[in-house]
Design a protein around this ligand. Structure first.
Ligand code: ARG
Length: 454
């Protein structure tokens, strides 16, 4: 009795079926390819392989229809499917595990899963980029303050700000595509660790399962979880980018900024304060970034002292990975919608850009063009700002005599310095000038269409 009690506890403790059930499709696809390969190589008969493939396909249907009871006492998805296959096609089902181990099997399943996750992730990243691009194009003329230290610094086009996120996301896309290269390696045929003593055709398996390459070292193939870690590192960066945007949306949608208005669907009211429209979606994305980082650190820590080759610790690679994939994909979905429905309040952003002494750098540049070194110009304008603040005047409210009090180089044309002229002036490659925004928009459009850009 007591022994049974222990057995049950250990069974529950070690079982992975509550979460690796998610790999049933990959596991069955791997088994079908394996059965076909065994027959091609004369390791089992064609008839046997055919029955196995039929059995495996019908197990997939049973799982999809929800009529297959997965058993915790069978530990994992691999054993559940294999035992069911034997139930269905009889003892010959026991031959399926020839030239295979659960160690190369799980490595395969995770790689198949990761490859699919990567392609979904890049699709959704591009969809989100498209939403940012559309919003930038629809608000091409909107002027806002650019910030450093969250202090108004220099005027910029709102599109320029959005396109900064476009660039970050493009690097994310590239990171995931790069990660795919290393996930795209077929491990079956590695056996438990040392390889298999059968004439397997690993290239055939790779083709059947859509892999670009086969693994080169069986010990590495069953031990390696780098591809999962890489995905999570790339996911952490992507979430970090979205979290920064989330933070800006929280700020911008506040009454203090009033730069944007979120569609009602992306806010929720307060249960006590009827006036509130809380930016919960943005806040949750910012919050969920923490757990994506946590999952990355968890798997790095799990792997860090494992001797070669497979160790059961590695079963812990799954839940965090799945959670990160789910979190990233759902965050990308809601962000695309949130950005697509965002209302930009161009009047407000413009007022904010005109307030204060945001054109101070441009006044200094004005003096530089009249012939004095930038450092000196900076000092002159510094004093001018101090004076204007004390007088409670904006730059445009200062008289020419007041200007001349700080430098004789100031002339009537100083009044032609406006937020527009400041923006237009920044026409060097990558700057906020309208022509540069046009260039960036055109380039971004090509990128989301999948066209080559320089
Ligand atoms: N459930 C295991 C995992 O996820 C599958 C591989 C098990 N291999 C073993 N020798 N117990 O890692």
């Amino acid at each position: 009795m007591r022994n049974n009690q222990f057995k049950k506890e250990v069974e529950e403790y070690t079982a992975s079926i509550p979460f690796d059930r998610r790999l049933y499709k990959q596991d069955i696809a791997g088994s079908i390819a394996h059965a076909r390969m065994l027959a091609r190589q004369g390791i089992i008969s064609d008839k046997e392989a055919e029955l196995m493939v039929m059995g495996l396909s019908s197990i997939r249907e049973e799982i999809e229809q929800g009529i297959f009871e997965l058993r915790a006492d069978l530990e994992d998805i691999h054993m559940n499917i294999e035992v069911r296959l034997i139930e269905k096609i009889g003892d010959m089902g026991r031959k399926l595990h020839t030239a295979r181990s659960r160690n190369d099997q799980i490595a395969l399943d995770m790689r198949l899963f990761a490859k699919e996750a990567i392609s979904e992730t890049t699709d959704k990243l591009v969809a989100f980029q498209r939403a940012l691009l559309d919003l930038a194009e629809a608000n091409k003329d909107v002027i806002m303050p650019g910030y450093t230290h969250l202090q108004r610094a220099q005027p910029v086009l709102f599109a320029h700000h959005l396109l900064a996120y476009f660039e970050m996301l493009q690097r994310d896309v590239e990171r995931f595509r790069d990660c795919l290269k290393r996930a795209d390696v077929m491990p079956l045929g590695s056996g438990a660790l040392a390889g298999v003593p059968y004439p397997v055709d690993r290239e055939f398996l790779a083709r059947e399962l859509g892999f670009g390459r086969v693994s080169q070292n069986s010990m590495d193939a069953v031990s390696d979880r780098d591809f999962i870690i890489e995905y999570q590192a790339a996911a952490s960066l992507a979430m970090m980018h979205m979290s920064r945007l989330a933070e800006e949306i929280v700020l911008w949608s506040s009454a203090e900024f009033g730069f944007v208005e979120l569609a009602a669907a992306y806010t929720t009211g307060s249960s006590i304060m009827p006036q509130k429209q809380n930016p919960d979606v943005a806040e949750l994305a910012r919050g969920k970034t923490g757990r994506v980082y946590g999952n990355l650190l968890a798997i790095l820590t799990t792997m860090k002292a494992l001797p070669l080759t497979y160790n059961r610790d590695m079963q812990e690679d799954k839940e965090g990975f799945f959670d990160t994939v789910d979190t990233l994909l759902s965050t990308l979905d809601v962000f695309s919608g949130m950005i697509a429905t965002l209302k930009v309040k161009g009047e407000r952003t413009r007022q904010a850009a005109e307030a204060g002494y945001i054109l101070a750098t441009d006044l200094a540049d004005y003096l530089v063009r009249k012939g004095i070194p930038f450092r000196q110009a900076h000092e002159v304008v510094g004093k001018l700002v101090e004076y204007a603040v004390a007088k409670g005047k904006s730059f445009s409210e200062l008289s020419i005599a007041e200007y001349k009090g700080f430098s004789s180089l100031f002339d009537e044309d100083v009044y032609s310095i406006t937020v527009e002229s400041a923006i237009e002036a920044r026409a060097a490659h990558g700057g906020t000038a309208p022509e540069q925004i046009e260039r960036q928009l055109a380039r971004a459009r090509k990128i989301v269409r999948g066209e080559d850009v320089a």
